[in-house]
Design a protein around this ligand. Structure first.
Ligand code: GDP
Ligand code: FO1
Length: 307
């Protein structure tokens, strides 16, 4: 089973899948468009969320960072007048320092991720979408800024004029991603931000064409006219898209078989999804606890039997 993932909604679904499948049967293709260099450290937030989830140390209140981490280094640096965009924990920083060391020693991000996963004893396969740098850059009236500057420093407040995936023209799918997609039949598009988490993965050359040959089920991160969390709505609106599950389905229309939307969504009409040539499936997608995450994963696995 392959799942395309960003940093919040999809890891919740992976948490559910883990209750049903052995980790070695799960491959996660992870967005790297929110990666950032900070104080000489290469941080890959979405990869880290997935790593920490499989390592059993993820803070499941925030769905990023290591549970119980301390922030001594961050605060000491602040005392010295050095402000970082991301509040990086001490143990989290250690992981990121190891990654940066591996990359500086000549490893690709794919190799460095596999090495760190191995050192954590992780059995799942965690693959960065690409080894080439791709960065989600947000254009506001005040100028262009990195996604993390927009979301964390500016609290997602500036009006968004547009955004782009810097570097995407030169980026390729990694050979590991290509190989895994050749072998596996079933792909889940997790309920992550369709603009800055799933969008960069789909923008890689060949990705959409490969997905057309697979059984694909997508889960909507939008309920009614708003995302469950995060800036997806604002970013969709900036691209002139309807902020709704219908808007999300339209983005995946050319390659998905089933579109899962929330049972409480009173905006989406299933006929609208059928009219796109996609099978709609209304499920409880609010993954607020372990049991609900397992239940949704179970329903999705059942749906694959009918695709
Ligand atoms: P970002 O935080 O917007 O950069 O994006 P991520 O890809 O990290 O994931 C955030 C997305 O997950 C948001 O668009 C949320 O709406 C979605 N999300 C978070 N929790 C849930 C949930 O329990 N159910 C559903 N359906 N979506 C969720
Ligand atoms: N998000 C925040 O809102 N504030 C933070 O200080 C912050 C620190 C941080 C450190 C490491 C990491 O891997 C993620 C971190 N995040 C933080 C989450 C991150 O900004 C985004 O939510 C993800 O990139 C979304 O996918």
């Amino acid at each position: 089973m392959i799942i395309l993932s960003g940093g919040t909604g999809s890891p919740k679904l992976i948490d559910g899948l883990r209750q049903l499948l052995p980790d070695e049967d799960i491959t996660v293709i992870v967005n790297t468009g929110e990666d950032i260099w900070s104080s000489g450290v290469f941080i890959s937030p979405d990869i880290d969320t997935v790593l920490y989830l499989f390592a059993g140390i993820l803070d499941k209140n925030k769905w990023w960072s290591i549970v119980g981490d301390t922030y001594n280094t961050f605060h000491q640096m602040k005392t010295l007048g050095h402000n970082e965009i991301l509040m990086l924990g001490d143990r989290d920083r250690a992981v990121n320092l190891v990654r940066t060391h591996l990359i500086r020693s000549g490893e690709t991000l794919t190799e460095a991720t596999a090495e760190i996963a191995k050192r954590f004893g992780i059995k799942a396969v965690i693959l960065p979408m690409s080894d080439d740098p791709v960065t989600s850059v947000i254009k506001t009236a005040g100028g262009k800024m990195h996604f993390q500057a927009f979301w964390v420093s500016c609290k997602g407040e500036p009006d968004v004029l547009s955004f782009e995936y810097e570097g995407i023209e030169k980026a390729k799918l990694s050979s590991a991603v290509r190989d895994t997609l050749e072998k596996e039949e079933c792909v889940i598009i997790g309920p992550s931000n369709p603009m800055t988490s799933i969008g960069p993965i789909l923008a890689l050359p060949e990705m959409r064409n490969i997905l057309k040959t697979k059984k694909v089920i997508a889960v909507s991160p939008i309920i009614g006219n708003a995302p469950v969390s995060g800036p997806a709505g604002k970013l969709m609106a900036a691209k002139g898209l309807e902020v709704s599950s219908k808007g999300v389905a339209g983005l995946y229309q050319d390659f998905i078989d089933v579109f899962v939307y929330d049972i409480s969504d009173d905006v989406l009409l299933p006929e609208e999804i059928e009219a796109m040539g996609i099978r709609p499936a209304a499920l409880d997608t609010m993954m607020t606890d372990e049991e609900k995450r397992k239940k949704l994963a179970e329903e999705i696995l059942k749906l694959f039997e009918t695709v």
